[in-house]
Design a protein around this ligand. Structure first.
Ligand code: SF4
Length: 210
């Protein structure tokens, strides 16, 4: 069931306010909740079109007025760095609107540098007020990553590792996340996370996201 008919940009779960700024993604993970559901938490996340930054801010403003949120997270039915300029503009707006008191996180597939060639993605995120990133890593090498995530370009696994390293260098808090399922060799993914010196968050395979 989804709450109402209207697709949502801003939605929430518990104490976190989420932003669904795009339905575009450079992966086509076989397990993606988008394949099976219209939304999460009772919210419809299937956008009819890609929203402008002004539209994101308008819906965000209304959600911010509801209560004091513990964090704002860019995470929805797509890859937020596919719309980097909208992400950055909205992050800067949140920082100003909330006086820097509400942490901003980006949940990402880690393809930011492939999707934004020539840009300093992690530095720009940090500069806009993003404090942490959670990077999805559902494979331990190119073959297993390609099988699970089916990226639209080759070298998807290497792209994720590059993103993690640059995010750390930029001073972002970084974790990688993986879904607990037979197709993911968690011990090998854990070894990759350890080699990158970042924590691994293991998520149960439930109809949720990242
Ligand atoms: S990276 Fe995330 S949004 Fe994209 S297909 Fe995979 S699970 Fe879905």
């Amino acid at each position: 069931m989804v709450r109402g008919e209207k697709p949502r940009i801003a939605y929430w779960l518990d104490n976190s306010l989420y932003l669904n700024i795009t339905n575009k993604c450079s992966n086509a993970c076989w397990f993606c909740v988008r394949n099976f559901k219209q939304g999460v938490g009772g919210f419809n996340l299937k956008l009819e079109r890609e929203p402008t930054a002004a539209e994101v801010k308008a819906e965000l403003e209304a959600a911010l007025a509801l209560r004091r949120w513990g964090e704002v997270v860019f995470c929805g039915f797509g890859e937020s760095t596919a719309r980097l300029d909208v992400l950055l503009e909205v992050a800067r707006w949140i920082r100003e609107r909330c006086g820097g008191l509400v942490p901003i996180r980006v949940d990402t597939n880690g393809h930011g540098y492939v999707l934004n060639k020539g840009r300093e993605v992690a530095e720009e995120l940090r500069g806009a007020g993003v404090s942490s990133v959670s990077v999805s890593l559902n494979g331990h090498d190119e073959a297993s990553y390609a099988e699970n995530c089916r990226p639209e370009f080759s070298g998807g696994f290497a792209a994720v590792l590059e993103f993690v390293k640059k995010a750390k260098t930029a001073g972002l808090q970084v974790e990688v996340s993986a879904v607990r399922m037979p197709e993911v060799n968690m011990e090998k993914v854990r070894a990759v996370a350890e080699s990158l010196d970042v924590p691994l968050r293991v998520r149960d395979y439930i109809p949720c996201f990242w």
